[in-house]
Design a protein around this ligand. Structure first.
Ligand code: GLU
Ligand code: MG
Length: 446
């Protein structure tokens, strides 16, 4: 799994990487991280500076801990405004030449303080700590995040015609999709599926499951790649939760499976649909915390314009085998390794590190408490009296997050306060704004 290395190890690794990348005609390396608003930010260095950057990091403004979707900043009691500096340190284990940006390589980055200690507000560090906590208990989690996006032309209109899942759209964009497939594969990613999605101009790609931190890294790389390939085809990309008012949005469904000693605990067990007791407890823990977790997995005001019934978004707090309106859809899988649980309520605006870290922490709490899994919801919850809706607004999800002792504890004070401040500030930013204006304001931001 992804680990933090010492400065000396990083420097040695960078020297080897510089030689390798120079032979591949790479000129520069771009470092990506995702802020608490869910925006991917980058910095880059020329290849010759990679060693320096790996050893000491490159400067990053601490105020990006509290940046909002519109690039303004909020504050917390401990934030330092324009003062101070953090170090952005690339993880060279994941250094990847970018197929759609010749001459460039990419790496995900961690945030450190200037004295070389991990920055408490580092989202990737949080995901790593949550993964380690699961591993210390003798379990492993495999995760994957689906990516949905809308392509648009220069005027901003959806740039693909024809029906959802339609052959027309697929043929129209044959070269684009082929180049995307090639680029993702050349970058070492295992694509499982690529298809036209339901909404106008929408596509989806899914990739193979891996460790939680790696899955979050992968989703950043997949999105980076989609954007770069799209640019080469004159297409704009939107990952916003909703592209057009009243239509199906861009989900960012998270798939997870719990493993123990190489055995998938979602398969061949004595419980419902083959679940082992530990998997039931884990999923139950996540369901229990789901309203609060939405502040991590559905982080924007626009997220709640997507998370409504009858749009396959999983707006109800319930679970079931193959129920696409349940927030938690169980997928039995046709082979041992494939059984998994899909959290459909999360969207593409989420910071993937916060999302996976939060889910792991909640699942672990469910395991510790041997939480029983509630009854299954075997019909469309919209048709059921009494089905529990998930929070219907960013403010509601933030209220649940504020009450969550579990997330407060697992994120740690610095990160928790920053996320809370960002959610509150964004709720305020969009308060009272007509839905169409909220959608327009963030359509090109994520
Ligand atoms: N686009 C839908 C969403 O907003 C999901 C469609 C599907 O893959 O089931 O999550
Ligand atoms: Mg989909």
């Amino acid at each position: 799994m992804t680990t933090t290395c010492s400065q000396a190890e990083r420097a040695a690794q960078a020297r080897a990487a510089e030689l390798r990348l120079a032979a591949d005609d790479i000129d520069g390396v771009v470092f990506g991280w995702v802020d608490n608003a869910g925006l991917t930010r980058v910095k880059s260095v020329p290849l010759a500076r990679l060693g320096q950057a790996a050893e000491h990091g490159v400067g990053a403004l601490p105020c990006f801990d509290v940046s909002l979707v519109d690039d303004s900043f909020t504050t917390t009691a401990s934030s330092s405004g324009p003062m101070g500096d953090l170090r952005l340190v690339p993880d060279l284990d994941r250094l990847t030449p970018l197929a759609a940006q010749p001459g460039w390589a990419w790496a995900p980055a961690d945030l450190y303080a200037q004295d070389g200690t991990p920055h408490p507000g580092c989202q990737r560090g949080f995901a790593r700590r949550a993964t380690e906590a699961v591993e210390r208990r003798g379990y492993a989690v495999r995760a994957g995040i689906e990516v949905e996006w809308v392509v648009a032309d220069a005027t901003g209109d959806p740039a693909a015609s024809g029906p959802g899942y339609g052959m027309t759209r697929f043929i129209e964009h044959s070269d684009y999709l082929r180049e995307l497939l090639r680029a993702l594969t050349a970058q070492g990613l295992t694509v499982l599926q690529l298809h036209p999605e339901y909404a106008a101009g929408q596509f989806e790609v899914s990739v193979a499951p891996e460790g939680p931190v790696e899955a979050a890294d992968t989703t950043m790389l997949v999105r980076h790649t989609i954007r770069a390939v799209s640019a080469r085809h004159g297409l704009r990309v939107s990952y916003a939760p909703v592209f057009a008012e009243g239509t199906i949005g861009n989900g960012g469904h998270l798939h997870v499976s719990l493993w123990q000693q190489g055995r998938n605990l979602g398969h061949d067990g004595p419980g419902r649909h083959g679940l082992h007791p530990e998997a039931e407890h884990f999923l139950s823990g996540v369901l229990a915390e789901l309203p609060a977790l939405l502040a991590l997995g559905a982080p924007g005001a626009a997220s709640y314009l997507r998370l409504v019934p009858s749009r396959f978004a999983g707006a109800y707090r319930c679970w079931a085998l193959e129920n696409r309106e349940a927030a938690l859809r169980l997928i039995a899988g046709s082979a041992t390794g494939q059984a998994n649980a899909e959290f459909k309520c999360f969207d593409a605006a989420a910071n993937p590190y916060l999302e996976v870290g939060g889910v792991l922490a909640a699942g672990l709490a469910g395991l510790d408490a041997a939480m029983p899994l509630p009854p299954e919801t075997t019909t469309d919850p919209a048709a059921l009296g009494g089905a529990e809706r998930l929070p219907a607004s960013l403010s509601e999800a933030t209220d649940a997050f504020e009450k969550s002792a579990l997330l407060r504890r697992s994120l740690g004070p610095g990160l928790y306060e920053a996320v809370l401040a960002v959610r509150r500030a964004e709720a305020e930013l969009f308060a009272g704004m007509p839905d169409a204006d909220v959608i327009e304001a963030v359509r090109w931001r994520y």
